[in-house]
Design a protein around this ligand. Sequence first.
Ligand SMILES: [Zn+2]
Length: 310
Amino acid sequence: MKNNNLSVILIGVLTLVIVVLGSLVYVFQKDSVMLTSNIYNEVDSQLNWVNDSAIVIEKRLESVNDNKKYKIKIKLPTINIYKWIEVSWVEYKIISEEDKIKVHYIYDNNGIEYFQLIRDDIGKLIFDDTRPIIVLDAGHGGMDRGGGSNNLWDEKDMVLKITLKQRDLLKDSDIRVILTRDEDEYITLFDRCAIINYIEPEILISNHINRFNGTAKGIEVIYNRTANVEFAWDLANALSTHGIDVFRVWNRKDDSFTSMDYYALHKYTYTNSYILEYGFADNERDAKIITDKWEDMAKTVVKMIENYFE
Ligand SMILES: [Zn+2]
């Protein structure tokens, strides 16, 4: 008798648990807010944002429990799928408006890993254009002025000018250009790498200006392990026609992983990457030439890029 009662109670409890769990799962899929209100605080619902060709973040929610994780719902409009991904921090951003590819990025502490996940789902849908894609990266930005600054310019501004010029020159070409930034804003190296890995460009050009202690001068090109060494030299030699000699063209390896690249943009991206240092900001002659001829130098790089894809 007792056993029977126990069984009935157990079955009853189990049924209740199953029903509750089932409805939770249902609610979870059906409506984010209903379930998440128990676990998450809604941090910002103003992130709602609609576009034909990009990821839409529907909600930004903050975990009540550990105060660390956000749960976000992203919509992939072209295939109409909703997906839940847990990240520790999230933000979206328009990278390129002109090309009408609205690239948005979401970042957390493992930015790169996360981007691979999205890329698998929508990469091909967004980038069904057959033209080669390149990423032009203007170094530094925002609070990061850049070491290659002097009393004539901040590195972040000069390299942005060069980058925007290059983008404009390539506007009507058969090459698609995506920028990591097109204004004075701070983007972490991890974000840059995430953007680049998301886009999977054929090449990456990262624009910089050097600075040492006044004794160094010249153009420097640092390429990564998969890059075309000849193209790296072509870039340096072509740039040197404006009056700044080639300082060096090289690939720096990580001391702890001899087969790995050293610089983050090289090391954490999967593309052929070239860091261009247009000269030394603290060398008077280099600085003068960059000030006078930055547009020509930008043009030269564009020409070399066009040659590369011919
Ligand atoms: Zn720099």
